[in-house]
Design a protein around this ligand. Structure first.
Ligand SMILES: [Fe+2]
Length: 329
């Protein structure tokens, strides 16, 4: 079952202000879409068939490949120059200098995330139908270089969302280190090295993984990106060797296949306490349940037993029930 495209909320969290002067997004001007020549599959990382079947598609990582044109990079920088003083620092092990809520703060960024041309392109690469993320604060993060370069730009972790692309805005020749890196292995293997469990991997680990299984992605120009099934790929942005500008736009997508268990880590997102999270998660879970209920209305056989009906109804509202349990804690 494919859920319809999620609806962007009519309101925004009160703490966010929207830019009043910014470039107007235009896919014809701001995109320069390439197809990646390198696509790595979950099976190549060591995932078993059960894990692959539980994922919206078998893709693990794709890229590097170009997404933004020179004009797209320049326009994004005009926007981020105005938003930079709203950047935050994670209190734990993750990103020391990041911007959240970008789609509420900038119409340019919101339109980039919702761009049907870009979503179609990314869906084709992923091998499954995607939509602009149903949890708006997840649609776009920006990672700036940390002021203290002894810290990784973002330490080893998995994402709490299905799919995301990481777009570099600077010329990769303008800084040393700072590569996007991924672990060619499973989440369980990384968790074992970190001495933790897979459900904790989103928290971030400043620990080294075996070098021979770490891939450093060498991008060639501003606007280049890596695309990944972020909840299945352990990755980081490594330390810079010298202070330098290094900015990435991280755009997330949600899989429209609502039949699978939700790979978005709703419990983790509640912990982050981003403004508006409870209402955003309610919309996300309602969106998934709506698709399952629509399917039930159309497909439930007329002679289903009471037990079968209960099973189907529980499945349809499972995400809503789980969220109620998490928010009541
Ligand atoms: Fe990430």
């Amino acid at each position: 079952m494919l859920a319809s495209n999620p609806i962007f909320p009519f309101d925004k969290p009160a703490v966010y202000s929207a830019l009043t002067e910014e470039p107007v997004y235009d896919a014809a001007i701001h995109l320069d879409l390439e197809k990646p020549t390198n696509i790595e599959l979950m099976a190549e990382f060591g995932y078993n068939q059960e894990d692959i079947d539980a994922s919206p598609s078998p893709m693990a990582v794709a890229g590097p490949f170009r997404i933004l044109s020179n004009a797209g990079v320049a326009a994004a920088k005009v926007v981020l120059d105005q938003l930079r003083d709203t950047a935050e620092s994670d209190e734990g092990n993750r990103a020391p200098n990041y911007l959240a809520g970008g789609v509420y703060k900038s119409k340019f960024l919101r339109d980039l995330c919702a761009c049907p041309v870009l979503i179609k392109h990314m869906s084709e690469i992923a091998g499954t139908s995607l939509a602009a993320h149903s949890i708006p604060h997840q649609q776009l993060y920006v990672n700036f270089a940390p002021e203290d370069i002894s810290k990784a730009v973002d330490s080893w972790h998995i994402d709490s969302i299905d799919y995301d692309c990481v777009i570099l805005l600077e010329d990769p020749k303008s800084f040393e280190g700072g590569h996007f890196q991924y672990f060619r292995g499973t989440d369980s293997q990384a968790a074992e090295v970190f001495g933790t469990t897979t459900d904790k991997l989103a928290e971030g680990f400043p620990v080294d993984l075996p070098n021979d299984r770490v891939v450093s992605v060498q991008k060639s120009q501003p606007g280049d990106a890596v695309f990944q099934q972020g909840s299945r790929v352990v990755h980081r942005a490594e330390k810079l060797h010298k202070p330098a500008e290094r900015t990435t736009l991280v755009i997330s997508y949600v899989a429209r296949n609502a039949n699978l268990d939700d790979l978005n880590n709703v419990a983790e997102m509640i912990r982050w306490k981003h403004p508006g999270t409870s209402a955003e998660l309610a919309r996300h879970c309602a969106w998934r349940s709506q698709a399952r209920l629509a399917s039930l209305i159309e497909e439930l056989p007329i002679d289903s037993s009471a037990n079968e009906v209960v099973k189907n109804l529980k499945f349809a509202i499972d995400d809503v029930q789980k969220l109620i349990g998490l928010l009541e804690k």
